[in-house]
Design a binder for this molecule. Structure first.
Ligand code: FE
Length: 288
């Protein structure tokens, strides 16, 4: 087997250009928003096997079988411990309240994690609600969006703002870091899985599917099935900073210690279906 790596965008373009000449049998990416784009371009084929259906929870795979999750990530709220009590950031809605006036930093809306998070809200509560939320949070910005998820954690630690949002593994990577500066940052920052009393925390996948023009379809399916097998999930879990896709497989000890959490349950392809609308809403409210 040969692996070719690149950004999701680069790999999608390459797949598009190669058409039926492609050597790629499997396409793997983080974020269902990216995987949906491959599906939308007609570059995945739908695949369903009893093993994949049994191992991958329904809300963590494409309803048509175009792509399947093998690990899972949560969108968490991070807050500065000396300024915020965790119960003040128990919900995503809280970030848009007067309590956090000038106290929120956020990553740019061009990032797929932000698009997927807002797309999920559009699916659950409708576009008007999603726009009102985005506008309220935008109104609380301490400064214009800049930097990565990790940069949001650093900005909160540095006192530029009191709270932000990031994918959970960026926080845990800093906790596991050998660099004392990273551990100093996380010592100042707490996190919560938001919306535990409501719809649950937004989750997303790392996943993959079989390319439309795969020449070794059966081998590709075997590989996807391997990724969610006992052997692979159990081997990867203790090393991974993401959660196993299968709830019965224990996560790495530090992730497991963060406790089980209630996750949002919506059809995964909604993250792609509402992506363009999410981008439009972000633009309308001035969240660059
Ligand atoms: Fe990431």
């Amino acid at each position: 087997m040969r692996a070719l790596t690149g950004s999701a965008e680069q790999l999608l373009e390459r797949l598009r250009a190669e058409g039926d000449q492609t050597e790629a049998d499997v396409f793997i990416s983080a974020d269902a928003g990216n995987l949906w784009k491959v599906k939308d371009a007609g570059l995945f084929q739908n695949v369903t096997t009893p093993t994949l259906q049994e191992k991958v929870p329904e809300h963590l795979r494409d309803p048509d079988g175009a792509y399947w999750g093998f690990t899972k990530r949560a969108r968490i709220i991070v807050y500065r411990k000396d300024a915020v009590r965790p119960e003040e950031v128990a919900t995503m809605d809280a970030l848009g309240t007067a309590r956090f006036h000038n106290q929120i930093v956020m990553r740019s809306s061009s990032n797929v994690y932000q698009l997927s998070t807002l797309a999920a809200r559009i699916e659950r509560l409708g576009a008007e609600n999603a726009k009102a939320w985005a506008a309220a949070v935008r109104g609380n910005f301490a400064h214009d969006p800049q930097g990565s998820d990790t940069d949001q954690i650093k900005a909160v630690a540095a006192g530029e703002a009191q709270a932000s949002v990031c994918n959970h593994y960026y926080y845990f990577r800093m906790m596991r870091s050998d660099d004392p500066a990273d551990r100093d940052v996380v010592s100042k920052v707490g996190f919560v899985f938001p919306d535990q009393a409501g719809a649950g925390t937004h989750v997303n996948i790392s996943g993959g599917g079989i390319t439309a023009h795969a020449q070794r379809r059966d081998l590709g399916i075997q590989f996807l099935e391997y990724l969610v097998s006992d052997a692979a999930q159990t081997m990867l879990a203790p090393l991974n900073t993401e959660f196993p896709i299968r709830p019965e497989i224990p996560a790495a000890p530090d992730l497991a210690a963060a406790g089980p959490f209630k996750e949002e349950n919506i059809p995964l392809d909604a993250l792609g279906r509402h992506q363009a609308e999410a981008a439009r809403i972000f633009e309308e409210v001035g969240w660059s």
